[in-house]
Write a protein that binds this ligand. Sequence first.
Ligand code: MGD
Ligand code: MGD
Ligand code: SF4
Ligand code: MO
Length: 760
Amino acid sequence: MSRKEAKNLQRREFIKLSTGAIAVTGMALSGWGVTELIVDEGPVESWHKSVCRYCGTGCGVKLGLTKGKVVRVKGDTAAHNKGVICIKGSTLADLTQLEGRLTVPKIRTEGRLVETTWEAAMDLIASKFKENIELYGPDSVAFYGSGQLYIEESYTANKLFKAGIGTNNVDGNPRLCMASAAVGYTQTFGKDEPPGAYADIDHADCFFLMGANMYECHPPLWERMMIRKKSHPQTKIIVVDPRKTKTAEHSDIFLPVYPGTDLLLLNAMAYVIVKEGWYNKTFVKEHINFHNGQREVDFATYIRFLEDYAPEKVARKLGIPPRQIEEVAHWFATSQATMSMWTMGVNQRTQGVFLNNTLNSLHLITGQICRPGATPLSLTGQSNACGGVRDTGSLSHILPHGRMVANAHHRQEMEQLWGVPAGSISPKPGYDAVNLFKAMGEEKVKAALVMCTNPAQSMPNLAEAKKAMEKCFLVVADVFEDTETTKLADVVLPAALYLEKEGVYGQSERRYQLIEKLMDPPGQARSDFDILVDFAKRLGYGNLIQYSTPAECWEEYRNLSAASKYNFKGITRERLQKERGIQWPCPDENHPGTVRRYIQGDPFVQEGREIQFYGKPDHRAVVFLRPYIPTQQQLSEEFPYYLTTGRVVEQWHTGTMTDKIPALSEGSGRGVFVLHPSDAKKLQVAEEDLLEVSSQYGSMKGKVKISENETPGVIFAAFFDNKFLINLIVADNYDPVSKEPEYKVTAVSAKKYTEFSTEI
Ligand SMILES: Nc1nc2c(c(=O)[nH]1)N[C@H]1C(S)=C(S)[C@@H](COP(=O)(O)OP(=O)(O)OC[C@H]3O[C@@H](n4cnc5c(=O)[nH]c(N)nc54)[C@H](O)[C@@H]3O)O[C@H]1N2
Ligand SMILES: Nc1nc2c(c(=O)[nH]1)N[C@H]1C(S)=C(S)[C@@H](COP(=O)(O)OP(=O)(O)OC[C@H]3O[C@@H](n4cnc5c(=O)[nH]c(N)nc54)[C@H](O)[C@@H]3O)O[C@H]1N2
Ligand code: SF4
Ligand SMILES: [Mo]
């Protein structure tokens, strides 16, 4: 089949043609393998080991090059994804050849972006930053980065701003995504990042999936779970999601909770587990402390706390019958090995941290942890949110390798490691994403460098965020010219795309993988790394950032890790070149890496100890008593529906990369409001009609799509379409601790939109 014909395939046919669910395997090349359908034919001159550009699954891929161009992509059978990649990964070749690339720096002059030289652009940026720092202090400037930058890039930006300039105003899109998971792990175990690994999928016989649409967002992991289920048909898959997603369709037990209520479910499960005696008494005694948020409490207090959450007391609010809560609690506690996986339905919530704590707690009280297949695994969104941002400490409240800005000892350690004078790192945490944009609006932050992210489409309460960006001196480094954020920029910098530069990615399971440079960037585009090193020099921090290549930066960074419990000193560049990713801790060059933490085999667990939660001073993990607090977004007469937002399999986030690839954009269609037939009937709308949806933040019009899979009263919209900026009406409430916004729950009204309705 030719490439053109392949592009004409309809979405469902396309998906049907892929093997299994929607994932495709490198091994399927002889048949109808999707990789064969959509890449250029012709001889391949050389194959190269690489990693997919997009999501936190971190699939290993093989890229076939001919005349310096990627012409073929296949999943790497030697990687953890065992050759399986999804539809986005299979179009990586197209990504490297897209039009609309930025090739020359531009400066806004009389309202228009006008081409300029690197010299002029970088000079202007440096002088604006310097001027603001001198006049208003270091906290008047900021870096807003991304879980898609390489480790060396985020590390450099973080070091420059925190140790050099002296501001902790370093944040980025992982705040919108992983902050609740990171805080959750840190509070429970004392250290961020999951204890387990993808390999646990091969051992679990109960999967508890909450607020995660793995079928569309982590397809190879979904596929791995399906393989497990095929060989062990008794395996139970439980899905908790207000919408009957593709993931839910394939589950054994589906709990369609009302949006925003499911901490009630987790506490009710704990209630049943304790009441029925399904908890693990030895594990509780040896490895757990109980804590109510203020102080340690005893087990009896925990039991009393849970009494408010008896299934019959919470069932109505949850929208789930009590019997089903009991059934799920039973499977969770009594299966041989239970594995939880969760993503944005849990993290993007005003109770995101409490939900993360409680998920971890369920594993702890049942002892469903520290064994193959038994583990709480938070799935990562972006390719490098873990390695690049969480591990390097590139958020406004943290420092590298689990250190906190607010901790004087941690600051001192980093000052010594970075060789800067005592007191260089400010004790004041910087702005988190939502408040960073608010601070731009209030002209407290006057100059910002935005790199590898598109906040003018992805931020909640978008109208306000966009207005704020207009008030700030905004520098945007992107690969494409036409993003919503470049439209607002004062200076635009052309960045090199992923295979046009080298660097390391770190994914969900603490696995670091190297991506080598395979081609030159177009025009004058430069890597984000080069831009940052140049910027540091111009600001006068050449002494602080002495390295000039990503490899030299990695050398500094891996050595630095030895002073922490992340220790990955043994992950050298040479090993990364040869091996298929290595999981930290990995303290020396002969160490094979660590699949599971906190158990014998983890280099930080003492000899003779089977399990040791060494992140905590007394080596015990914490079960928190976390009460359910309803979201501020309550339904009312004025706003009787819930809007929830998320993703579709073919598109990546704001669509700048994927929406330009016809095989993907034709598959997804355009941005729409998806509603249940009963709501469509109530609102008197048919498919394709226009609907006006309003929240306290604004109004939006869009086409209607009707689906039995939506829950009555819940409207779904994806956020990839820049002609349908759903975030204009999405609430910007956030979790009080993680500061992650609640993209998943906005109370809205809806009415049919006609020409006539505008005149009323
Ligand atoms: N195709 C594709 N894959 C991706 C991405 C992409 O853009 N496209 N992005 C990557 C990134 S950065 C991320 S963060 C992940 C996101 O991966 P997911 O979190 O799986 O994706 P989402 O669609 O954002 O949301 C997941 C689910 O949360 C549910 N949800 C909403 N409200 C609630 C609630 O109150 N309770 C519960 N339990 N569930 C709720 C939604 O109905 C939705 O099905 O995907 C990664 N993978
Ligand atoms: N309504 C709603 N909004 C959401 C979410 C949701 O569930 N619902 N989810 C949130 C989450 S979890 C996330 S992670 C964010 C993602 O939100 P964003 O980060 O804003 O979205 P992306 O499309 O990934 O933006 C990446 C940008 O970097 C550019 N780019 C690609 N490669 C490079 C490179 O190498 N260098 C540079 N400099 N630029 C590059 C791309 O062209 C693109 O403009 O969205 C958040 N927003
Ligand atoms: S699952 Fe994620 S990493 Fe794997 S191929 Fe798809 S987008 Fe790429
Ligand atoms: Mo994300």
